[in-house]
Design a binder for this molecule. Structure first.
Ligand SMILES: [Zn+2]
Length: 674
């Protein structure tokens, strides 16, 4: 009889195959529950205990959740679609199948990738080596920004204006770091110090791999650390960046030019090929000033090493295995706790999604999205909007003026479901079946040019920021719109085969969550047209802030891992959205089922099914390294608190499970905004 380890290995092998169709997981899974737990004591364990026991974190993942499991099933389906698209004769392929299929095919050709070694970055490395003065840096950085992702030195792109709805403007943002955020460079605790020294060793190793001799690589890594630490000190924290007024600083281009002796901004701007503009939004002026100081202070050799490191870092995943392995050892294993690198097929599907997402999305949607599901989602969004409308009307703390503006914002909010109305045209991207790195560079350059070309033009309101297979959704404050991709409207998230209770608890709460982002601590600063404008009376704004503080006070007490608590100012917007989301979903479910006699199922009342369906959205395990990283950078609270931190603020929950006062899921103090 094979031992458990062999059985597990066999099961994993069997799972690692492309799928012909998505497997079915019910929207409420009784097997995922642990009914030995009292729901009023630990609702997360009650709803997710079985799931957590049966779903250990796979070795190539740093966390594992219902969300990620569904996303991985989507990847397996896409894998099958891509293999078929790659194998079909050219005459039988749609343009989308041709681009995505060939991109995937070239990516899977590991022999060619290994044979290419570091050649794909050879020309860029030579250009960096040939840099003769700091004055030449602007042109070189513009060239690298075109086909290298990752914000070397800073970011430059196009975003909607916050002052003039409907117009795209240039945004110049902070960047230039190799660690996930500025706090990684400045915090004094033992784990942060350990990460920094591992990072410096990693930079040294990567430099050596790219051809820098040993002693110079060590000195180079120290220079990189010095430059990045100076930039990090001048950067905003992730929580500070939530403040839209803080990152809106329109700056005349002429001022950039005169401010700088070290960096030739006019040459940079011209070399990007972006349409000329009189001003740019500098998201972090202090960062830009620090960058200028560093440019003047550090020797040219340090900058050449810095550019080399960022080029190697951005490209390592696409190069031969020595580069992949070194990259994984730090970013996957050390920083986030993964045990092994993801299989090649998974990386190739995700890169196809990242580079040619709407070609792949077109293939996905044709396979999975039914008109019925679109209609269900449409009806749900309408009900959630109506629920928010009713809440705005009866909000006892809001003045008539603010209420009027809130009503106006809600009725102007748009939504998109499933996929973009028109698919992106990739005909300008040349995709070769035998040149993976070339495909990545051309697809990245296509995206960069597409974004830059928007500067000065109208905002395209049909454009999507997520690809259709994504198991995710978003609200965009500048466009005042919500987007729900096809990938998040499939079981176990939305399950049309079940009663409405779990689906409204899950997908309804997601819709409510996204809608509420329009009215959270960040979104509330934008008006109905997406303009950054204060539409709140001072008294109403004060009351909003008082109520938000109530929520932040609760979440700040929750532990993420060991001695790390939730950064409640970082997670505030998401916590506000979670709370409003479940309340709106509850109201919408009442509307959808009004007048109907609802039956218990699986030993749960309809009300209990609503809440279990909601919580089962969040079932997740995370490695401790991942938990620490997310505590610093992820605006979402950990899954356990997104359930157990939420329920004490939802009186309908305590009623549904007949919880008694004093039990952990019954709030002593109930926080409420909307
Ligand atoms: Zn959110």
């Amino acid at each position: 009889m094979p031992c458990a380890g062999v059985l597990l290995a066999l099961a994993l092998l069997a799972a690692d195959r492309p799928l012909e169709a998505l497997p079915y997981t019910p929207g409420l899974d009784p097997e995922a529950m642990d009914r030995s737990v009292d729901p009023c004591v630990d609702f997360y364990a009650y709803a997710c205990g079985g799931w957590l026991r049966r779903n250990p974190i796979p070795p190539d993942q740093t966390s594992w959740s219902v969300h990620q499991k569904a996303a991985t099933q989507n990847l397996r389906l896409l894998w099958g679609l891509l293999e078929r698209a790659a194998a079909k004769p050219d005459g039988e392929r749609t343009p989308a199948e041709r681009k995505a299929g060939d991109f995937f095919h070239a990516c899977m050709d590991e022999k060619a990738v290994e044979a290419a070694g570091a050649k794909p970055i050879g020309a860029d490395l030579a250009a960096i080596d040939a840099l003769g003065s700091r004055a030449e840096m602007a042109r070189l950085v513009a060239r690298l920004h075109l086909h290298v992702d990752g914000g070397m030195l800073f970011g430059f792109g196009s975003e909607p204006s916050q002052a003039d709805a409907g117009v795209e403007v240039a945004w110049l943002s902070a960047g230039g770091l190799g660690l996930p955020d500025r706090n990684h460079y400045v915090k004094g605790d033992a784990r942060s110090r350990e990460i920094r020294s591992a990072y410096q060793a990693h930079v040294e190793q990567a430099l050596r791999l790219s051809g820098v001799p040993g002693t110079r690589a060590a000195a180079g890594a120290r220079a990189v650390m010095r430059i990045e630490t100076a930039l990090a000190r001048a950067s905003l924290t992730v929580a500070e960046k939530r403040d839209p007024r803080r990152i809106w600083n329109p700056t005349p281009v002429a001022e950039l030019r005169t401010g700088s002796r070290a960096f030739r901004w006019d040459e940079y701007l011209a070399a990007t090929g972006a349409p000329p503009s009189a001003w740019v939004n500098v998201t972090e002026p202090a960062f830009l000033a620090a960058l200028e100081r560093q440019l003047a202070r550090e020797p040219l050799s340090a900058w050449k090493t810095y550019l080399r490191w960022h080029l190697v870092q951005a490209w390592a995943p696409y190069l031969s295995s020595p580069f992949q392995e070194v990259d994984f050892a730090f970013y996957g294993a050390k920083l986030r706790g993964a045990r092994e690198i993801e299989p090649r097929w998974k990386r190739c599907v995700q890169w196809t999604d990242a580079e040619l997402g709407e070609a792949l999305g077109e293939m996905f949607v044709a396979r999975v999205l039914s008109p019925e599901v679109k209609a269900d989602a449409e009806a749900m969004v309408k009900r959630v909007q109506a629920a928010m409308g009713a809440r705005i009307e009866r909000l006892e703390w809001m003045s008539p003026e603010t209420r009027r503006a809130a009503r106006e914002k809600l009725s102007a909010m748009r939504h998109m479901i499933g996929h973009p109305a028109a698919w992106r045209d990739y005909s300008a991207v040349a995709v070769a079946r035998d040149n993976f790195a070339g495909n990545v560079a051309r697809a990245t350059a296509f995206e960069t040019r597409r974004h830059l070309a928007k500067i000065g033009g109208p905002v395209d309101r049909t454009e999507w920021e997520l690809t259709p297979p994504s198991v995710d959704a978003y609200y965009d404050a500048s466009r005042n719109e919500m987007v729900f991709p096809a990938g998040v409207l499939l079981p176990p998230h939305w399950d049309p085969g079940l009663d409405l209770a779990p689906g409204y608890g899950n997908t309804g709460a997601m819709v409510g969550h996204e809608l509420a982002h329009g009215f959270d601590d960040e979104g509330r600063h934008f008006d109905a047209r997406g303009i950054l404008r204060d539409w709140w009376t001072p008294a109403d704004a004060k009351e909003f802030e008082r109520r938000a503080r109530c929520l932040a006070g609760q979440y700040a007490k929750y532990t993420v891992v060991d001695d790390v608590k939730v950064d409640a100012w970082l997670t505030l917007d998401e916590d506000i959205a979670d709370l409003a989301g479940i309340l709106l979903a509850w109201d919408a479910w009442q509307m959808a089922t009004s007048g109907q006699a609802l039956e218990p199922r699986d030993g749960l009342t309809p009300e209990q099914r609503f809440f279990v369906g909601h919580a089962q959205w969040a079932c997740a395990s995370e490695r401790p390294e991942e938990l620490r990283l997310r505590a610093q950078t992820d605006p979402h609270s950990p899954p356990v608190w997104r359930v157990n931190g939420l329920m004490p603020n939802v009186p309908a929950f305590a009623r549904a499970f007949a919880c008694r006062e004093g039990q952990p899921m019954v709030g002593k103090q109930v926080c409420r905004i909307w």
